[in-house]
Design a protein around this ligand. Structure first.
Ligand SMILES: [Zn+2]
Length: 282
């Protein structure tokens, strides 16, 4: 992607964070800190976007159309490529693809009271699509943190964005990191959770704490890290009501990685489904 366009995005949002503090992520806030010329430049390189009015059903429809044009091996390659290069914008496509693929096309279905504003199937809230939707903060987080997404608006962004990025191919270093990650997960202590695992993988992959959690959450979504009851999205879409939290106060790890413990190890079937083709290249 164009380096100048990326710099415009990152700078704009960073200034907004510094200047607007609590409101920095609103369109009206960050757009104060960018010139029309720079915005047009970043848009022409598919790094920034105008706001769009998209309703719930249209979000679903567009996700299904976009994901059908993506080959699984291409998003696997993107994920692997992000490991050694630390080009974090490539990382979340794999889990977003998995969620998008399993998503049933559906109409807004109100959750039981008092959460009737939240769709019981996908979990998006009416306030998220009643106003025009902005995608620039989503892209900002992709470049900065490589997070794992499960919100449908983020998924929509990822599956529509993926074909706009140059296709990439992983190299020996990526495969080495992948295999080391596998060994570390398999050797985890029975009671280890993500907070222990993220420390154990820190020497294997150049990363900060948040990036490591995102990486492990992605492995959860694609079906590799889970417990016996809370599974990822590989076989079946997990509805909003099924994405259970653990009964603890600071349950800030995404579903289903939050349920994983060392004793559950690796889901070998899903590992093979995701990375089987790549392992053979060792
Ligand atoms: Zn929904």
């Amino acid at each position: 992607m164009d380096k100048k366009a990326i710099k415009i995005l990152l700078n704009t949002i960073k200034i907004s964070q510094d200047e607007s503090l609590r409101d920095w992520f609103y369109w009206e806030a960050y757009m104060q800190y960018i010139t029309q010329e720079d915005f047009e430049y970043a848009k022409s390189h598919s790094v920034m976007y105008d706001q769009e009015n998209i309703g719930h059903d249209e979000i679903c429809r567009r996700i299904k159309i976009a994901v059908d044009k993506i080959e699984k091996q291409d998003v696997v390659n993107a994920f692997l490529y992000s490991l050694s290069t630390r080009q974090l914008e490539y990382r979340s496509f794999l889990s977003s693809y998995c969620i998008a693929k399993s998503l049933p096309e559906h109409s807004f279905t109100a959750s039981p009271e008092p959460n009737e504003g939240i769709c019981a199937v996908c979990g998006i809230h009416t306030y998220e699509f009643e106003e025009p939707i902005e995608f620039n903060t989503i892209n900002y987080f992709k470049y900065k943190d490589g997070p794992c997404f499960d919100n449908l608006i983020q998924i929509l962004f990822d599956v529509e964005q993926f074909p706009k990025l140059p296709a990439v191919t992983p190299n020996e270093n990526d495969y080495r990191i992948l295999n080391e990650l596998k060994k570390i997960i398999e050797a985890a202590e029975p009671n280890d959770r993500i907070s222990q695992l993220k420390k154990k993988i820190s020497k294997t992959i150049k990363s900060n704490d948040g990036e490591r959690v995102g990486l492990l959450e992605i492995l959860g979504v694609i079906g590799i890290l889970h417990d016996d009851e809370h599974l990822g999205y590989a076989n079946q879409y997990v509805t909003y009501l099924e994405r259970k939290h653990r009964p603890i106060r600071n349950d800030d790890v995404g579903y289903p990685a939050r349920w994983w413990q060392g004793k559950f190890g690796i889901d070998h079937e899903k590992w093979k489904y995701g990375f089987g083709k790549n392992e053979q290249k060792e």
